[in-house]
Design a protein around this ligand. Sequence first.
Ligand code: GLN
Length: 288
Amino acid sequence: MAMTYSGLYLQTRRTLKEAGSIAADLAARELVCSVSGKNRETLIRDGGLYVPPEIEAQVAALTARHLAGEPVAYIIGEWEFYGLTMYLSPKVLIPRPDTECLVDRAVEYLKTQGPCRVLDLCAGSGCVGIAVASQVPEVKVVLGEISDAALKLCSRNIWTNSFSGRVVPVKADALQEPDPRLGRFQCIVCNPPYIPSGDIPGLDPSVRDYEPHLALDGGPDGLAFYRAIAEKWRGALHSGGRVFFEIGADQVLPVARILRQHGFGEIQHFDDRSGLPRVVTGIRYPDL
Ligand code: GLN
């Protein structure tokens, strides 16, 4: 029997809800929009139109993949972050709403700084650095990333969000000294891998089985990247420049300690929208 677009959306939502999906509305809408080439508005506008059978079949196939555990963001290859569309692949983390807190804090600081350079280290899809550029027109942003597959996505996301003049992707290994040709920055924003290696097997299967461990694994205690960046990338910050780190569970005190040990001060931490500590920041003190 022929089905309309709103019928297809409702049926997909019901299937997902019955299988226990927590965000069935969002998932159903994203899957139907992606397969039919519609956006939220045109899906509503065309709700009464009949769906070609091949679209119905494709939505059913993608719904089955999601029910088997695959995140919708990887199935459709894009996700929204800070009001921007980011292209994704399983080579980068899916942008999380928690990470918008990192952007909020960096933006608040950068709005007081005038024209300056910002480094997004461990950039992944580039979502953090591109969101910062979207909010602060005076800044230029470098997206530093080690994975070639992620760097390709950074380029694509810079291009499709129209930031080619102000945001550039650069290959960089956060665990090693930076190439001096990168120059200095007023601000480093960084959502590094921070899950302790031993906790990875216990992560939710939708994360553990689908997201890249390269972007999750922060070494034996989860702190390897904070240590390397505070020590080796300190010189890439201007004296008085500020680093903003996203952190995981129970990492406020150890990350604050690492920053203090490496000549950072004015250390503060901030909660995300769920009330969990999510960002630690400090400034680079002048060398003694
Ligand atoms: N927030 C992510 C998670 O909990 C981890 C992100 C990271 O390691 N940077 O799965």
